[in-house]
Design a protein around this ligand. Structure first.
Ligand SMILES: Cc1ncc(COP(=O)(O)O)c(C=O)c1O
Length: 423
């Protein structure tokens, strides 16, 4: 007789947390001590010693000539658009399935984010829908390499070049990913990265912008340093109103050590995902991974997304399964993102949101693929699960299998969950 579901009073499959994330040790302790003893803790002069070194190391890792560091991934997008001189009032096309920052950053620069649906196989921006959304006011495209996917950079790069549009890659989820062996962040005109706590490369907070363009790099450095022009970034004609968005030496020193850990962590996650995929395929019908895209020559795993088929779970809604999974000790999320137009963080405040001032309409139902993923289909599993080796993967499989075996009970037991309302 199978163990009862933890949600219905049984013992959970897993009682110990996954992780810890981030991983750290002696190298990080030594790096912090180095900064402490330098008595130069801040981002000024900009870039400071650790920041300059990390920027070079990160540019080499991504495969660009330059990296400019900054405070976080939101302002990285803002800096990218401002350095490229995108006009206030211009339209910037972004996917509807992403974190609010992808849209809030252009809005903060007075630009108008225009949402576009995603493709069902990658959950990244749909090139056909993107092209249909372009107007004479469009100046830029921001793609997001989401979770464990990459956007179709063949098509999108071609569209951007043909239409003369700036192309920014939001790589907040994709440190180290590669498309046709080009690093995420090296394909568009600019790439932006977040080093916030949950990310694959983190200092708690932090951000970076990558580019091959010398003038963009100089403008980025100037904008992030209050508009100053210093030797090394005084070779462009304008004077721009900048901001203090400098990264501290603490963050840069930690990031240098975390970057050294990243390749091994990537190998560990890849091995775990390979095991998970094989076991789920064999043992738990109704859970599919997003299909592999052979053009992605290094797939990264900020979150691993499974597509859920309720038919294989006695018709139980995904959100109910996620409750059961949580109860079994497996961290997971369904509504990790909702269509941005329905995200409460995308406030329809005319004073702070230029899209609202410009009369954009956000009625529901315009992003069916995003809505299907957000409300019914996608199960997001965080990357720290996959640092735990075979035992961690086996717990995930055991939890799913237990839930599937008892799906009928789950359907009838303990009432309908608040989260299971279909949208
Ligand atoms: C897709 C995406 N873009 C941008 C950001 C913004 O990064 P940050 O939190 O460092 O400002 C995030 C962070 O969560 C993100 O997930």
């Amino acid at each position: 007789m199978a163990e009862r579901l933890a949600l219905l009073g049984g013992s959970p499959v897993r009682t110990t947390p996954f992780g810890p994330w981030p991983e750290s040790g002696e190298p990080e302790a030594r790096a912090l001590e180095r900064v402490l003893e330098s008595h130069s803790w801040g981002g000024f002069p900009s870039p400071n010693v650790e920041a300059r070194a990390f920027a070079e190391e990160f540019a080499a890792y991504v495969g660009t000539r330059h990296t400019a560091l900054c405070a976080n991934g939101t302002v990285a997008i803002q800096l990218a658009l401002q350095a490229a001189r995108v006009s206030p009032g211009a339209e910037v096309v972004v996917p509807a399935y992403t974190f609010v920052a992808t849209a809030a950053a252009p809005a903060a620069g007075g630009m108008i984010p225009v949402f576009v649906d995603v493709e069902p196989d990658s959950y990244c921006i749909d090139p056909d829908a993107l092209e249909a959304a372009l107007t004479e006011r469009t100046e830029a495209i921001v793609v997001v390499h989401l979770a464990c996917s990459m956007a179709d950079m063949d098509r999108i790069e071609e569209i951007a070049r043909r239409r003369g549009l700036l192309l920014v890659e939001d790589c907040a989820h994709a440190h180290g990913a590669r498309f046709r062996d080009r690093g995420a962040g090296s394909i568009g005109d600019l790439g932006t990265f977040s080093m916030q706590s949950t990310k694959l490369l983190t200092a708690g907070e932090g951000g970076a912008v990558t580019t091959d363009d010398d003038v963009l790099q100089q403008r980025l450095l100037s904008l992030a340093n209050c508009g100053r022009k210093e030797p090394g970034y005084d070779g462009f004609p304008e004077r721009m109103l900048g901001h203090n968005l400098r990264i501290t030496e603490w963050q840069a020193a930690i990031l240098r050590e975390q970057l050294r850990r990243l390749p091994e962590q990537h190998e560990r996650r890849t091995a775990a995902i390979t095991r998970l995929t094989a076991r789920l395929e064999a043992e738990v019908p109704g859970l599919r991974c997003l299909p592999e895209d052979p053009r992605i020559t290094r797939r990264t795993h900020y979150q691993w997304i499974l597509r859920y088929d309720a038919e294989a779970f006695a018709g139980v809604h995904r959100d109910r399964v996620l409750e059961a999974l949580h109860a079994e000790g497996i961290p997971c999320s369904g509504r990790f993102y909702v269509p941005l137009s329905e995200d409460p963080l995308f406030a329809e405040d005319p004073l702070t949101n230029p899209a609202v001032r410009a009369g954009a309409r956000f009625e529901g139902g315009r992003f069916p693929v995003t809505a299907q993923a957000a409300y019914h289909e996608a199960i997001w599993l965080p990357h720290e699960i996959f640092l735990g080796g075979d035992a961690a993967v086996d717990d995930v499989v055991a939890a799913f299998a237990r839930i599937q075996q008892q799906a009928e009970t789950l359907r009838h037991g303990a009432g309908q969950s608040a989260g299971s309302a279909a949208r």
